[in-house]
Design a protein around this ligand. Sequence first.
Ligand SMILES: Nc1ncnc2c1ncn2[C@@H]1O[C@H](COP(=O)(O)OP(=O)(O)O)[C@@H](O)[C@H]1O
Ligand SMILES: [Mg+2]
Length: 327
Amino acid sequence: MITLGIESTAHTVALGIIDDKGKILADARDMYKTKKGGLIPLEVAKHHNKVFPELLKEVLKNIDAKDIDIISFSQGPGLSPCLLEGMRFAKDLSKKLNVPLIPVNHLIAHLEIGRLFSKAKDPIFILATGANTQIISLEGDRYRITGESMDIGIGNALDKFGRKIGLGFPAGPKIEELAKKGEYIELPYTVKGQDLVFAGLVTEAINKYKKGIKMEDLCYSLQETAFAMLCEATERAMAHCGKKEALLIGGVAANKRLMEMLDIMCKERNARFYSVPLKYSGDNAIMIGWLGILQYKSNKRYYDNLKLKDIDIKPGWRVDEVDVNWS
Ligand SMILES: Nc1ncnc2c1ncn2[C@@H]1O[C@H](COP(=O)(O)OP(=O)(O)O)[C@@H](O)[C@H]1O
Ligand SMILES: [Mg+2]
């Protein structure tokens, strides 16, 4: 069976086709970027609306639309205007092809593609995206959050600092490059129990930039501090939950220094560190399709009878609100 997945929760708009063995048949994407400034949700949604038809043409180049068995789309969490564009496109396509529409949780899609593409069996998941930073483990039929940011996600923290110093969006990759030439200076480190707070760290880095401290030193120190906070909470979660594996996913998982730090922490406690191929760490539609297949196969009758009018977006949806009845 094959599915067409649709992603449009934030900056990335993507369509992907994957089969139930995990074979990728088509993968088309476009990302809203800026040279200066950040994301304006209504502008991003307009962008997505414009590129959907081109992406559809691209993924159907070598695949007959009649062979698609189900459509999967990101129902949340995300920016409402972007989610609405994705849902509208998804419902139209589901009607046109007369196939079931499977709404999926975007964050759980990150976790499940991580499980598919790594050899990790029962890891502590480190979900490090733009908007979300959570340490998660699968306990019974729920993904449980064992630690998380109390304010902004780690990617947004990097992007926010980057925006203030004129790096544009996304700033993460540029900060990683600049950090290679930087030296350490102390910045606020805030971990309380398993809770992380990034805003004070970003504010202080911006203040120091205004006082004339070198951009490279701030990029390096911002990374070192934020990543060390994440490592500390991850290590404690592994100890508490008795897990011998850690799996890093989300857009910030592209960062080599973060991978290195987590790898060192795991080695020191005789655990194994896993990551996913770069192409699938950030937002993509393949992961949405894959989770759609898992859900559909475990609950076929429900999805065959689900009416389009009963499906709506879920902008603030959390991973621990979803029953995991597919694993
Ligand atoms: N090499 C990198 N180092 C650090 N952060 C990165 C890197 N590449 C991408 N990012 C960050 O990843 C985030 C996007 O990740 P993604 O999983 O797509 O997040 P979301 O779905 O929350 O927008 C952005 O904040 C971006 O700056
Ligand atoms: Mg994401």
